[in-house]
Design a protein around this ligand. Structure first.
Ligand SMILES: Nc1ncnc2c1ncn2[C@@H]1O[C@H](COP(=O)(O)OP(=O)(O)OP(=O)(O)O)[C@@H](O)[C@H]1O
Ligand SMILES: [Mg+2]
Length: 281
Protein backbone atom coordinates (compact mmCIF):
# COMPACT_ATOMS: atom_id res chain seq x y z
CA UNK A 1 0.00 0.00 0.00
CA UNK A 2 2.67 2.51 1.15
CA UNK A 3 0.67 5.70 0.82
CA UNK A 4 1.66 9.23 1.82
CA UNK A 5 -1.38 11.21 3.00
CA UNK A 6 -1.24 14.90 3.88
CA UNK A 7 -3.78 16.87 5.88
CA UNK A 8 -3.65 20.17 4.10
CA UNK A 9 -5.75 23.28 3.64
CA UNK A 10 -4.87 26.94 3.66
CA UNK A 11 -7.32 27.66 6.47
CA UNK A 12 -6.02 27.45 10.03
CA UNK A 13 -7.71 25.86 13.03
CA UNK A 14 -9.91 23.43 11.07
CA UNK A 15 -8.75 20.14 12.69
CA UNK A 16 -5.79 19.20 10.50
CA UNK A 17 -3.74 18.16 13.52
CA UNK A 18 -6.54 16.41 15.40
CA UNK A 19 -7.55 14.54 12.25
CA UNK A 20 -4.03 13.55 11.19
CA UNK A 21 -3.05 12.33 14.66
CA UNK A 22 -6.25 10.38 15.20
CA UNK A 23 -6.26 8.84 11.74
CA UNK A 24 -2.60 7.85 12.12
CA UNK A 25 -3.38 6.22 15.47
CA UNK A 26 -6.43 4.35 14.15
CA UNK A 27 -4.28 2.96 11.32
CA UNK A 28 -1.57 1.96 13.80
CA UNK A 29 -4.07 0.24 16.11
CA UNK A 30 -5.36 -1.61 13.03
CA UNK A 31 -1.88 -3.05 12.64
CA UNK A 32 -0.37 -0.78 10.03
CA UNK A 33 3.11 0.68 10.38
CA UNK A 34 2.79 4.45 10.34
CA UNK A 35 5.30 7.26 10.01
CA UNK A 36 4.02 10.67 11.11
CA UNK A 37 5.68 13.77 9.71
CA UNK A 38 4.99 16.98 11.63
CA UNK A 39 5.65 19.88 9.27
CA UNK A 40 4.16 22.56 11.50
CA UNK A 41 6.24 24.92 13.66
CA UNK A 42 3.44 24.83 16.25
CA UNK A 43 4.43 21.19 16.87
CA UNK A 44 0.96 20.26 18.16
CA UNK A 45 1.10 16.81 16.59
CA UNK A 46 4.60 16.22 17.99
CA UNK A 47 3.29 17.07 21.44
CA UNK A 48 0.42 14.62 21.02
CA UNK A 49 2.68 11.80 19.85
CA UNK A 50 5.95 12.44 21.66
CA UNK A 51 5.11 14.11 24.98
CA UNK A 52 7.67 13.07 27.59
CA UNK A 53 9.87 11.37 25.00
CA UNK A 54 13.39 12.61 24.33
CA UNK A 55 14.09 13.79 20.82
CA UNK A 56 16.03 16.46 18.97
CA UNK A 57 14.20 18.75 16.59
CA UNK A 58 15.47 17.63 13.20
CA UNK A 59 17.10 19.73 10.50
CA UNK A 60 14.06 20.21 8.27
CA UNK A 61 15.94 22.42 5.84
CA UNK A 62 18.15 19.44 4.97
CA UNK A 63 15.10 17.16 4.62
CA UNK A 64 13.44 19.70 2.34
CA UNK A 65 16.38 20.87 0.23
CA UNK A 66 19.19 18.25 0.17
CA UNK A 67 19.02 14.95 -1.60
CA UNK A 68 19.88 12.19 0.87
CA UNK A 69 22.01 9.24 -0.18
CA UNK A 70 20.18 6.53 1.73
CA UNK A 71 17.61 5.93 4.43
CA UNK A 72 20.23 5.50 7.16
CA UNK A 73 20.44 9.30 7.44
CA UNK A 74 16.68 9.57 7.91
CA UNK A 75 16.64 6.92 10.62
CA UNK A 76 19.70 8.39 12.35
CA UNK A 77 18.63 12.02 12.40
CA UNK A 78 14.90 12.36 11.74
CA UNK A 79 12.82 9.37 12.76
CA UNK A 80 11.92 8.63 16.39
CA UNK A 81 9.65 6.13 18.03
CA UNK A 82 6.50 7.83 19.30
CA UNK A 83 4.66 7.05 22.52
CA UNK A 84 2.32 4.79 20.58
CA UNK A 85 2.92 1.34 19.13
CA UNK A 86 3.53 1.22 15.38
CA UNK A 87 3.83 5.01 14.99
CA UNK A 88 7.22 6.54 14.30
CA UNK A 89 7.51 10.29 14.09
CA UNK A 90 9.58 12.97 12.42
CA UNK A 91 9.04 15.71 15.02
CA UNK A 92 8.22 19.28 14.08
CA UNK A 93 10.42 22.16 15.03
CA UNK A 94 9.92 25.81 15.94
CA UNK A 95 12.69 26.47 13.38
CA UNK A 96 10.20 25.60 10.61
CA UNK A 97 9.08 29.25 10.86
CA UNK A 98 12.48 30.31 9.50
CA UNK A 99 12.81 27.30 7.20
CA UNK A 100 9.83 28.63 5.22
CA UNK A 101 11.95 31.63 4.16
CA UNK A 102 15.08 29.58 3.48
CA UNK A 103 13.32 27.11 1.19
CA UNK A 104 11.54 29.98 -0.50
CA UNK A 105 14.86 31.54 -1.48
CA UNK A 106 16.37 28.12 -2.36
CA UNK A 107 13.40 27.45 -4.65
CA UNK A 108 14.10 30.66 -6.61
CA UNK A 109 17.24 29.10 -8.11
CA UNK A 110 16.41 25.38 -7.88
CA UNK A 111 12.90 24.17 -8.70
CA UNK A 112 13.74 20.62 -7.61
CA UNK A 113 13.39 21.84 -4.00
CA UNK A 114 9.64 21.25 -4.34
CA UNK A 115 10.07 17.53 -4.93
CA UNK A 116 13.15 16.99 -2.76
CA UNK A 117 11.25 15.93 0.37
CA UNK A 118 9.12 13.54 -1.72
CA UNK A 119 12.34 11.93 -2.90
CA UNK A 120 13.85 11.80 0.61
CA UNK A 121 10.85 10.28 2.36
CA UNK A 122 10.56 7.92 -0.60
CA UNK A 123 13.70 6.26 0.82
CA UNK A 124 11.69 4.93 3.80
CA UNK A 125 8.31 4.60 2.09
CA UNK A 126 8.70 0.84 1.77
CA UNK A 127 9.14 0.53 5.53
CA UNK A 128 5.74 2.04 6.36
CA UNK A 129 2.21 1.26 5.26
CA UNK A 130 1.19 4.89 5.71
CA UNK A 131 3.09 8.13 6.02
CA UNK A 132 0.85 10.85 7.44
CA UNK A 133 1.82 14.52 7.14
CA UNK A 134 0.44 17.36 9.25
CA UNK A 135 1.06 20.81 7.81
CA UNK A 136 1.00 24.45 8.78
CA UNK A 137 -1.93 26.59 7.60
CA UNK A 138 -1.48 28.96 4.67
CA UNK A 139 0.01 28.56 1.23
CA UNK A 140 3.78 28.66 1.75
CA UNK A 141 6.77 27.05 0.04
CA UNK A 142 6.74 24.63 2.97
CA UNK A 143 3.16 23.50 2.35
CA UNK A 144 3.94 23.24 -1.38
CA UNK A 145 6.84 20.89 -0.60
CA UNK A 146 4.46 18.88 1.61
CA UNK A 147 1.83 18.77 -1.16
CA UNK A 148 4.44 17.48 -3.61
CA UNK A 149 5.45 14.78 -1.11
CA UNK A 150 1.90 13.38 -0.92
CA UNK A 151 0.17 10.66 -2.86
CA UNK A 152 -3.16 11.80 -1.43
CA UNK A 153 -4.46 14.92 0.28
CA UNK A 154 -7.34 15.30 2.73
CA UNK A 155 -8.81 18.63 3.76
CA UNK A 156 -10.88 19.13 6.88
CA UNK A 157 -13.37 21.99 6.64
CA UNK A 158 -15.55 23.77 9.13
CA UNK A 159 -19.20 24.55 8.57
CA UNK A 160 -18.54 28.22 7.89
CA UNK A 161 -17.93 30.55 4.98
CA UNK A 162 -14.19 30.81 5.50
CA UNK A 163 -13.02 27.20 5.03
CA UNK A 164 -14.21 27.29 1.42
CA UNK A 165 -11.52 29.61 0.05
CA UNK A 166 -8.88 27.58 1.95
CA UNK A 167 -9.81 24.50 -0.08
CA UNK A 168 -10.40 26.15 -3.45
CA UNK A 169 -6.97 27.77 -3.18
CA UNK A 170 -5.47 24.35 -2.37
CA UNK A 171 -7.21 22.63 -5.30
CA UNK A 172 -5.69 25.13 -7.73
CA UNK A 173 -2.26 24.76 -6.09
CA UNK A 174 -2.46 20.95 -6.49
CA UNK A 175 -3.32 21.33 -10.19
CA UNK A 176 -0.40 23.74 -10.68
CA UNK A 177 2.12 21.58 -8.82
CA UNK A 178 1.04 18.40 -10.64
CA UNK A 179 1.61 20.14 -13.95
CA UNK A 180 4.88 21.81 -13.00
CA UNK A 181 6.59 18.86 -11.33
CA UNK A 182 4.79 15.88 -12.81
CA UNK A 183 3.94 14.41 -9.41
CA UNK A 184 0.92 12.10 -9.07
CA UNK A 185 -1.09 13.75 -6.28
CA UNK A 186 -4.70 12.74 -5.65
CA UNK A 187 -7.12 15.02 -3.85
CA UNK A 188 -8.87 12.42 -1.67
CA UNK A 189 -11.58 14.81 -0.53
CA UNK A 190 -12.73 17.23 2.08
CA UNK A 191 -14.70 16.39 5.19
CA UNK A 192 -16.47 18.46 7.80
CA UNK A 193 -14.77 18.45 11.17
CA UNK A 194 -15.62 19.83 14.58
CA UNK A 195 -19.29 20.22 13.64
CA UNK A 196 -22.58 19.97 15.45
CA UNK A 197 -24.48 17.48 13.28
CA UNK A 198 -27.84 18.87 14.38
CA UNK A 199 -27.19 22.52 13.72
CA UNK A 200 -29.07 24.13 10.85
CA UNK A 201 -25.91 25.99 9.81
CA UNK A 202 -24.01 22.71 9.30
CA UNK A 203 -26.91 21.17 7.38
CA UNK A 204 -27.17 24.23 5.13
CA UNK A 205 -23.43 24.45 4.41
CA UNK A 206 -23.19 20.67 3.86
CA UNK A 207 -26.06 20.78 1.34
CA UNK A 208 -24.30 23.61 -0.50
CA UNK A 209 -20.99 21.68 -0.67
CA UNK A 210 -22.80 18.53 -1.80
CA UNK A 211 -24.46 20.46 -4.61
CA UNK A 212 -21.36 22.34 -5.75
CA UNK A 213 -18.49 19.97 -4.82
CA UNK A 214 -20.19 16.58 -5.12
CA UNK A 215 -17.01 14.83 -6.28
CA UNK A 216 -14.91 16.18 -3.46
CA UNK A 217 -17.02 16.10 -0.31
CA UNK A 218 -16.65 12.90 1.74
CA UNK A 219 -19.76 11.33 3.29
CA UNK A 220 -18.34 11.41 6.83
CA UNK A 221 -18.36 14.39 9.18
CA UNK A 222 -16.46 14.57 12.44
CA UNK A 223 -18.58 15.63 15.38
CA UNK A 224 -17.61 18.39 17.78
CA UNK A 225 -17.07 17.10 21.29
CA UNK A 226 -15.35 18.22 24.46
CA UNK A 227 -13.56 14.85 24.50
CA UNK A 228 -11.35 16.12 21.68
CA UNK A 229 -9.93 19.02 23.67
CA UNK A 230 -9.77 16.75 26.74
CA UNK A 231 -7.70 14.26 24.72
CA UNK A 232 -5.18 17.02 23.93
CA UNK A 233 -4.84 17.78 27.65
CA UNK A 234 -3.82 14.16 28.20
CA UNK A 235 -1.79 13.94 24.96
CA UNK A 236 -3.76 10.86 23.98
CA UNK A 237 -5.40 9.96 20.68
CA UNK A 238 -9.17 9.52 20.88
CA UNK A 239 -9.01 5.76 20.53
CA UNK A 240 -7.23 5.66 23.89
CA UNK A 241 -8.79 8.72 25.57
CA UNK A 242 -12.35 7.63 24.72
CA UNK A 243 -12.51 4.42 22.76
CA UNK A 244 -16.27 4.33 22.51
CA UNK A 245 -17.43 7.76 21.49
CA UNK A 246 -19.24 9.39 18.58
CA UNK A 247 -16.24 11.45 17.44
CA UNK A 248 -13.93 8.42 17.69
CA UNK A 249 -16.43 6.44 15.58
CA UNK A 250 -16.48 9.27 13.04
CA UNK A 251 -12.71 9.06 12.56
CA UNK A 252 -12.93 5.26 12.23
CA UNK A 253 -15.67 5.69 9.63
CA UNK A 254 -13.50 8.20 7.80
CA UNK A 255 -10.64 5.68 7.59
CA UNK A 256 -13.04 2.98 6.39
CA UNK A 257 -14.79 5.25 3.88
CA UNK A 258 -11.41 6.04 2.37
CA UNK A 259 -10.67 2.29 2.16
CA UNK A 260 -7.52 2.74 4.21
CA UNK A 261 -8.23 -0.39 6.29
CA UNK A 262 -8.46 -3.76 4.58
CA UNK A 263 -10.42 -6.73 5.90
CA UNK A 264 -7.57 -8.34 7.89
CA UNK A 265 -6.67 -5.06 9.58
CA UNK A 266 -10.33 -4.26 10.19
CA UNK A 267 -10.58 -7.48 12.23
CA UNK A 268 -7.68 -6.32 14.36
CA UNK A 269 -9.31 -2.92 14.90
CA UNK A 270 -12.60 -4.58 15.85
CA UNK A 271 -10.74 -6.76 18.37
CA UNK A 272 -9.28 -3.62 19.93
CA UNK A 273 -12.72 -2.03 20.08
CA UNK A 274 -14.51 -5.07 21.47
CA UNK A 275 -15.46 -4.82 25.12
CA UNK A 276 -13.28 -7.04 27.29
CA UNK A 277 -15.36 -9.88 28.65
CA UNK A 278 -14.81 -11.26 32.13
CA UNK A 279 -13.21 -14.70 32.17
CA UNK A 280 -15.39 -17.45 33.71
CA UNK A 281 -13.79 -20.32 35.59
N1 LIG B 1 -14.12 17.37 16.73
C1 LIG B 1 -13.69 18.35 17.56
N2 LIG B 1 -14.39 18.64 18.68
C2 LIG B 1 -13.97 19.61 19.53
N3 LIG B 1 -12.86 20.36 19.34
C3 LIG B 1 -12.12 20.11 18.24
C4 LIG B 1 -12.49 19.10 17.29
N4 LIG B 1 -11.56 19.09 16.30
C5 LIG B 1 -10.66 20.04 16.64
N5 LIG B 1 -10.99 20.65 17.78
C6 LIG B 1 -10.26 21.73 18.45
O1 LIG B 1 -10.14 22.79 17.51
C7 LIG B 1 -8.87 23.39 17.61
C8 LIG B 1 -8.17 23.35 16.26
O2 LIG B 1 -7.90 22.00 15.93
P1 LIG B 1 -6.51 21.60 15.28
O3 LIG B 1 -5.38 22.11 16.10
O4 LIG B 1 -6.54 20.16 14.96
O5 LIG B 1 -6.61 22.46 13.92
P2 LIG B 1 -5.48 22.74 12.85
O6 LIG B 1 -6.17 22.82 11.53
O7 LIG B 1 -4.41 21.74 12.98
O8 LIG B 1 -4.95 24.15 13.31
P3 LIG B 1 -3.65 24.92 12.73
O9 LIG B 1 -4.05 25.41 11.36
O10 LIG B 1 -3.40 26.01 13.69
O11 LIG B 1 -2.55 23.92 12.67
C9 LIG B 1 -8.11 22.64 18.70
O12 LIG B 1 -8.21 23.38 19.90
C10 LIG B 1 -8.82 21.32 18.81
O13 LIG B 1 -8.76 20.78 20.11
MG1 LIG C 1 -2.36 22.01 13.34
Amino acid sequence: MNKVIGFITEKGGVSKTMSSVNLAHILAVSGYRVLFLDMDAQMNATDMLMMGTEYECPDHLNLLCSKMEDKAELYAEYIYESNFDSIDCVPGSAALKEVIYSIHSASQSDFSVFTCMRRNIGLVKGDYDYIIIDTNPGDTTLTRCAICACDGILSPIKADNFSFSGVTGLLQTIIDLKQLYNVPIEFMGMFFADVNLNSSGYKRVKAWYEENYRDYILPVSIRHSVQVSDSTLRYLPLLIACKRHGTTDDYINLAKTLNLIDEAHDKRLEQYLAPRKAKHC
